[in-house]
Design a protein. Structure first.
Length: 107
């Protein structure tokens, strides 16, 4: 099964003091508390999610994340895609070349 996960980076960053229970339930581990000490560290949660997905057979190189940024270049959220299939990787590569404004990459 392919997974597409909306990871609310900015919301977690903004509410880090109150989001501990949510983060633990979402990631399935308390290990994040050793890594995330301040709001700027929230982006590190994506790597913890990647490692947690490995337990379900999603190899690290097949768990992709795409930071979605606002006009000030701040990350609003991460779009995470996990697959076990080569075709899924091909589809993701095609999607990831297109920006939110519909602009395709040159290469």
């Amino acid at each position: 099964m392919d997974l597409v996960i909306h990871f609310p980076t900015m919301d977690i960053k903004r509410n880090l003091g109150r989001a501990g229970g949510f983060i633990t339930r979402f990631l399935g581990t308390e290990r994040w508390r050793d890594v995330v000490k301040k709001p700027e560290d929230v982006v590190k949660l994506v790597e913890i999610l990647r490692s947690q997905l490995a337990a379900f057979g999603y190899e690290q190189e097949k768990v992709r994340d795409l930071p979605i940024k606002q006009s000030t270049n701040a990350v609003m959220y991460h779009l995470i895609y996990a697959t076990k299939d080569r075709l899924g990787n091909k589809i993701w590569d095609t999607i990831a070349r297109t920006t939110a404004q519909g602009q395709r990459g040159l290469f």
